[in-house]
Design a protein around this ligand. Sequence first.
Ligand code: ADP
Ligand code: MG
Length: 271
Amino acid sequence: MRLIAITSQKGGVGKTTIALNLAYALAKRGRMTLLVDCDPQGSIGLSLSPQAAARNGLAEVIEGTAPLDKAILATRMTELRILTVGRPTPSQVIRWNDIMSDGMLFHEVFAAAAEMGIDTLIADTPAGMCGPTLGVLRNADYVVIPQQAEPLALRSTIAFLEAIAHLRDEGHRLAIAGMILTMLQVEQAESVGVFHEVSKLFPTHFLFGTIIPRHPLILQASAKGVPLGLLTKTPPALAQAFDQLAAELEVRASLNAGQEEAASDVVPVMD
Ligand SMILES: Nc1ncnc2c1ncn2[C@@H]1O[C@H](COP(=O)(O)OP(=O)(O)O)[C@@H](O)[C@H]1O
Ligand SMILES: [Mg+2]
Protein backbone atom coordinates (compact mmCIF):
# COMPACT_ATOMS: atom_id res chain seq x y z
CA MET A 1 0.00 0.00 0.00
CA ARG A 2 1.12 3.55 -0.68
CA LEU A 3 0.19 6.27 1.76
CA ILE A 4 -0.10 9.75 0.31
CA ALA A 5 -0.52 12.63 2.77
CA ILE A 6 -2.13 15.88 1.64
CA THR A 7 -0.63 18.56 3.87
CA SER A 8 0.11 22.27 4.09
CA GLN A 9 1.10 24.81 6.68
CA LYS A 10 -1.93 26.99 6.01
CA GLY A 11 -5.62 26.16 6.21
CA GLY A 12 -8.09 26.89 3.45
CA VAL A 13 -5.62 26.20 0.65
CA GLY A 14 -7.57 23.34 -0.92
CA LYS A 15 -6.25 20.24 0.89
CA THR A 16 -9.63 18.65 1.48
CA THR A 17 -10.80 19.49 -2.03
CA ILE A 18 -7.70 17.90 -3.51
CA ALA A 19 -7.87 14.87 -1.20
CA LEU A 20 -11.48 14.09 -2.15
CA ASN A 21 -11.10 14.70 -5.89
CA LEU A 22 -7.77 12.90 -6.07
CA ALA A 23 -9.13 9.87 -4.20
CA TYR A 24 -12.08 9.75 -6.61
CA ALA A 25 -9.81 10.08 -9.65
CA LEU A 26 -7.46 7.33 -8.41
CA ALA A 27 -10.43 5.03 -7.72
CA LYS A 28 -11.71 5.68 -11.25
CA ARG A 29 -8.33 4.49 -12.47
CA GLY A 30 -9.05 1.17 -10.78
CA ARG A 31 -7.05 1.61 -7.58
CA MET A 32 -8.51 0.34 -4.31
CA THR A 33 -8.47 3.73 -2.64
CA LEU A 34 -9.22 4.72 0.93
CA LEU A 35 -9.68 8.38 1.79
CA VAL A 36 -8.99 8.95 5.48
CA ASP A 37 -9.99 12.21 7.13
CA CYS A 38 -7.34 12.82 9.80
CA ASP A 39 -8.55 16.34 10.52
CA PRO A 40 -10.52 16.59 13.79
CA GLN A 41 -12.42 19.46 12.13
CA GLY A 42 -13.82 16.64 10.03
CA SER A 43 -14.18 18.44 6.73
CA ILE A 44 -14.82 15.27 4.76
CA GLY A 45 -17.43 13.99 7.19
CA LEU A 46 -19.17 17.36 7.10
CA SER A 47 -19.47 17.33 3.37
CA LEU A 48 -21.04 13.87 3.32
CA SER A 49 -24.69 13.32 4.15
CA PRO A 50 -25.77 14.08 7.76
CA GLN A 51 -26.16 10.32 8.38
CA ALA A 52 -22.59 9.69 7.24
CA ALA A 53 -21.27 12.51 9.42
CA ALA A 54 -22.96 10.94 12.48
CA ARG A 55 -21.28 7.58 11.93
CA ASN A 56 -18.21 6.09 13.53
CA GLY A 57 -14.86 6.96 12.03
CA LEU A 58 -11.20 7.34 12.84
CA ALA A 59 -11.86 8.62 16.39
CA GLU A 60 -13.86 5.53 17.35
CA VAL A 61 -11.33 3.19 15.70
CA ILE A 62 -8.49 4.85 17.65
CA GLU A 63 -10.49 4.61 20.90
CA GLY A 64 -11.17 0.95 20.19
CA THR A 65 -14.95 1.41 20.23
CA ALA A 66 -15.46 0.56 16.55
CA PRO A 67 -13.69 -1.93 14.30
CA LEU A 68 -12.07 -0.43 11.20
CA ASP A 69 -14.05 -2.50 8.70
CA LYS A 70 -17.35 -1.30 10.22
CA ALA A 71 -16.24 2.34 10.38
CA ILE A 72 -15.17 2.52 6.74
CA LEU A 73 -17.90 3.81 4.43
CA ALA A 74 -18.50 2.14 1.11
CA THR A 75 -19.37 4.40 -1.82
CA ARG A 76 -21.16 3.75 -5.10
CA MET A 77 -17.72 2.91 -6.52
CA THR A 78 -16.27 -0.36 -5.26
CA GLU A 79 -12.79 1.11 -5.54
CA LEU A 80 -13.48 4.14 -3.33
CA ARG A 81 -13.96 3.93 0.42
CA ILE A 82 -13.94 6.66 3.04
CA LEU A 83 -13.02 6.75 6.70
CA THR A 84 -14.39 9.96 8.21
CA VAL A 85 -12.83 11.40 11.33
CA GLY A 86 -15.85 10.22 13.31
CA ARG A 87 -17.01 12.14 16.35
CA PRO A 88 -13.99 13.03 18.46
CA THR A 89 -14.93 14.80 21.70
CA PRO A 90 -13.26 18.17 22.44
CA SER A 91 -11.00 16.48 24.97
CA GLN A 92 -9.99 13.86 22.40
CA VAL A 93 -9.21 16.57 19.89
CA ILE A 94 -6.85 18.18 22.41
CA ARG A 95 -5.31 14.84 23.35
CA TRP A 96 -4.71 14.01 19.66
CA ASN A 97 -1.99 16.66 19.56
CA ASP A 98 0.01 14.50 21.97
CA ILE A 99 -1.02 10.96 21.31
CA MET A 100 -1.13 11.03 17.52
CA SER A 101 2.15 12.80 16.80
CA ASP A 102 4.51 9.83 17.06
CA GLY A 103 2.44 8.05 14.42
CA MET A 104 2.03 4.74 16.30
CA LEU A 105 -1.78 4.86 16.53
CA PHE A 106 -2.03 5.81 12.87
CA HIS A 107 0.35 3.00 12.01
CA GLU A 108 -2.07 0.42 13.42
CA VAL A 109 -5.01 1.83 11.47
CA PHE A 110 -3.06 2.15 8.21
CA ALA A 111 -1.59 -1.34 8.51
CA ALA A 112 -5.10 -2.74 9.01
CA ALA A 113 -6.28 -0.86 5.89
CA ALA A 114 -3.43 -2.40 3.89
CA GLU A 115 -4.55 -5.85 5.10
CA MET A 116 -8.04 -5.11 3.81
CA GLY A 117 -6.65 -4.78 0.29
CA ILE A 118 -6.37 -0.98 0.07
CA ASP A 119 -3.55 -0.12 -2.33
CA THR A 120 -3.64 3.67 -2.18
CA LEU A 121 -4.47 5.57 0.99
CA ILE A 122 -5.07 9.31 0.74
CA ALA A 123 -4.81 11.04 4.12
CA ASP A 124 -6.35 14.49 4.47
CA THR A 125 -4.75 16.37 7.37
CA PRO A 126 -5.30 19.46 9.49
CA ALA A 127 -3.19 22.51 8.62
CA GLY A 128 0.28 22.91 10.09
CA MET A 129 2.63 20.53 11.85
CA CYS A 130 0.20 19.63 14.63
CA GLY A 131 -0.01 16.17 16.24
CA PRO A 132 -2.22 14.34 13.73
CA THR A 133 -0.33 15.79 10.74
CA LEU A 134 3.02 14.74 12.21
CA GLY A 135 1.65 11.29 12.94
CA VAL A 136 0.43 10.89 9.36
CA LEU A 137 3.71 12.18 7.90
CA ARG A 138 5.67 9.71 10.02
CA ASN A 139 3.77 6.93 8.23
CA ALA A 140 3.52 8.44 4.77
CA ASP A 141 5.36 7.35 1.65
CA TYR A 142 4.66 10.59 -0.16
CA VAL A 143 3.35 14.04 0.56
CA VAL A 144 1.40 16.28 -1.81
CA ILE A 145 1.52 19.96 -0.87
CA PRO A 146 -1.26 22.22 -2.13
CA GLN A 147 -0.03 25.74 -2.65
CA GLN A 148 -2.61 28.47 -2.91
CA ALA A 149 -1.87 30.87 -5.74
CA GLU A 150 -2.17 33.94 -3.53
CA PRO A 151 0.49 36.35 -2.31
CA LEU A 152 1.89 35.66 1.17
CA ALA A 153 0.96 32.01 0.84
CA LEU A 154 4.52 31.04 -0.05
CA ARG A 155 6.30 32.15 3.10
CA SER A 156 4.62 29.57 5.30
CA THR A 157 5.29 26.87 2.72
CA ILE A 158 9.04 27.26 3.01
CA ALA A 159 8.90 26.76 6.78
CA PHE A 160 6.71 23.73 6.17
CA LEU A 161 9.20 22.21 3.72
CA GLU A 162 11.94 22.67 6.29
CA ALA A 163 9.87 20.75 8.82
CA ILE A 164 9.40 17.93 6.28
CA ALA A 165 13.16 17.87 5.68
CA HIS A 166 13.58 17.56 9.44
CA LEU A 167 11.30 14.51 9.56
CA ARG A 168 13.41 12.92 6.86
CA ASP A 169 16.56 13.67 8.84
CA GLU A 170 14.91 11.73 11.66
CA GLY A 171 14.89 8.75 9.31
CA HIS A 172 11.32 8.77 7.98
CA ARG A 173 10.99 7.56 4.39
CA LEU A 174 8.60 10.35 3.44
CA ALA A 175 9.26 11.79 -0.03
CA ILE A 176 7.70 14.85 -1.58
CA ALA A 177 5.55 13.89 -4.57
CA GLY A 178 5.22 17.57 -5.41
CA MET A 179 3.54 20.86 -4.84
CA ILE A 180 0.21 21.48 -6.53
CA LEU A 181 -0.78 25.02 -7.32
CA THR A 182 -4.44 25.61 -6.44
CA MET A 183 -7.02 28.36 -6.84
CA LEU A 184 -5.10 30.00 -9.66
CA GLN A 185 -6.84 33.04 -11.09
CA VAL A 186 -5.32 33.70 -14.48
CA GLU A 187 -6.92 37.13 -14.70
CA GLN A 188 -5.24 38.22 -11.44
CA ALA A 189 -1.63 39.35 -11.83
CA GLU A 190 -0.90 38.60 -8.15
CA SER A 191 -2.14 35.05 -8.52
CA VAL A 192 -0.09 34.39 -11.65
CA GLY A 193 2.82 36.07 -9.84
CA VAL A 194 2.79 33.27 -7.25
CA PHE A 195 3.12 30.73 -10.05
CA HIS A 196 6.19 32.56 -11.40
CA GLU A 197 7.66 32.87 -7.93
CA VAL A 198 7.19 29.15 -7.24
CA SER A 199 8.76 28.30 -10.60
CA LYS A 200 11.78 30.44 -9.72
CA LEU A 201 12.16 29.16 -6.16
CA PHE A 202 11.93 25.43 -6.73
CA PRO A 203 13.35 22.93 -9.21
CA THR A 204 11.08 22.55 -12.26
CA HIS A 205 9.88 19.05 -11.40
CA PHE A 206 8.86 20.15 -7.91
CA LEU A 207 5.57 21.58 -9.15
CA PHE A 208 2.95 19.22 -10.59
CA GLY A 209 2.23 20.05 -14.24
CA THR A 210 -1.47 20.14 -13.30
CA ILE A 211 -2.71 23.43 -11.90
CA ILE A 212 -6.14 23.73 -10.27
CA PRO A 213 -7.88 27.01 -11.11
CA ARG A 214 -10.17 28.84 -8.73
CA HIS A 215 -13.62 27.99 -10.08
CA PRO A 216 -17.18 28.28 -8.72
CA LEU A 217 -17.94 24.68 -9.79
CA ILE A 218 -15.26 23.42 -7.41
CA LEU A 219 -16.85 25.42 -4.61
CA GLN A 220 -20.29 24.05 -5.54
CA ALA A 221 -19.04 20.46 -5.57
CA SER A 222 -17.47 20.77 -2.13
CA ALA A 223 -20.60 22.45 -0.77
CA LYS A 224 -22.50 19.34 -1.94
CA GLY A 225 -19.81 17.04 -0.61
CA VAL A 226 -19.13 15.37 -3.93
CA PRO A 227 -16.10 15.15 -6.18
CA LEU A 228 -16.35 17.58 -9.10
CA GLY A 229 -16.78 14.65 -11.49
CA LEU A 230 -20.09 13.78 -9.79
CA LEU A 231 -21.51 17.30 -9.59
CA THR A 232 -23.49 16.98 -12.81
CA LYS A 233 -24.69 14.07 -14.97
CA THR A 234 -21.94 14.70 -17.47
CA PRO A 235 -18.73 15.52 -15.59
CA PRO A 236 -17.64 19.17 -16.08
CA ALA A 237 -14.55 19.48 -18.29
CA LEU A 238 -12.68 20.91 -15.32
CA ALA A 239 -12.89 17.51 -13.57
CA GLN A 240 -10.21 16.33 -15.98
CA ALA A 241 -7.71 18.41 -14.04
CA PHE A 242 -8.01 15.94 -11.15
CA ASP A 243 -7.72 12.97 -13.55
CA GLN A 244 -4.53 14.51 -14.84
CA LEU A 245 -3.29 15.06 -11.29
CA ALA A 246 -3.98 11.40 -10.47
CA ALA A 247 -2.08 10.28 -13.57
CA GLU A 248 0.86 12.47 -12.60
CA LEU A 249 0.81 11.17 -9.05
CA GLU A 250 0.86 7.58 -10.27
CA VAL A 251 4.18 8.29 -11.95
CA ARG A 252 5.65 10.48 -9.22
CA ALA A 253 4.72 8.16 -6.38
CA SER A 254 5.56 5.03 -8.41
CA LEU A 255 2.10 3.69 -7.70
CA ASN A 256 2.55 1.02 -10.34
CA ALA A 257 5.94 -0.14 -9.06
CA GLY A 258 7.01 -2.36 -6.16
CA GLN A 259 7.50 -0.83 -2.72
CA GLU A 260 11.31 -1.27 -2.79
CA GLU A 261 11.59 0.63 -6.02
CA ALA A 262 9.70 3.60 -4.62
CA ALA A 263 11.82 3.86 -1.51
CA SER A 264 14.83 5.13 -3.46
CA ASP A 265 12.70 7.39 -5.59
CA VAL A 266 13.03 10.42 -3.36
CA VAL A 267 12.37 13.86 -4.77
CA PRO A 268 14.75 16.42 -3.22
CA VAL A 269 13.04 19.08 -1.12
CA MET A 270 15.09 22.00 -2.39
CA ASP A 271 18.40 22.30 -4.18
N1 ADP B 1 -10.01 25.44 -6.88
C1 ADP B 1 -10.95 25.98 -6.10
N2 ADP B 1 -11.84 26.87 -6.61
C2 ADP B 1 -12.81 27.41 -5.84
N3 ADP B 1 -12.98 27.12 -4.54
C3 ADP B 1 -12.13 26.23 -3.99
C4 ADP B 1 -11.08 25.60 -4.73
N4 ADP B 1 -10.41 24.75 -3.90
C5 ADP B 1 -11.01 24.85 -2.71
N5 ADP B 1 -12.02 25.73 -2.74
C6 ADP B 1 -12.88 26.15 -1.62
O1 ADP B 1 -12.08 26.82 -0.66
C7 ADP B 1 -12.43 26.43 0.66
C8 ADP B 1 -11.22 25.79 1.33
O2 ADP B 1 -10.86 24.61 0.67
P1 ADP B 1 -10.48 23.28 1.44
O3 ADP B 1 -10.25 22.24 0.41
O4 ADP B 1 -11.46 22.99 2.51
O5 ADP B 1 -9.10 23.74 2.09
P2 ADP B 1 -8.27 23.12 3.32
O6 ADP B 1 -8.66 21.68 3.43
O7 ADP B 1 -6.84 23.32 2.95
O8 ADP B 1 -8.65 23.91 4.53
C9 ADP B 1 -13.60 25.47 0.52
O9 ADP B 1 -14.77 26.19 0.66
C10 ADP B 1 -13.48 24.95 -0.90
O10 ADP B 1 -14.71 24.60 -1.45
MG1 MG C 1 -9.34 20.58 5.10
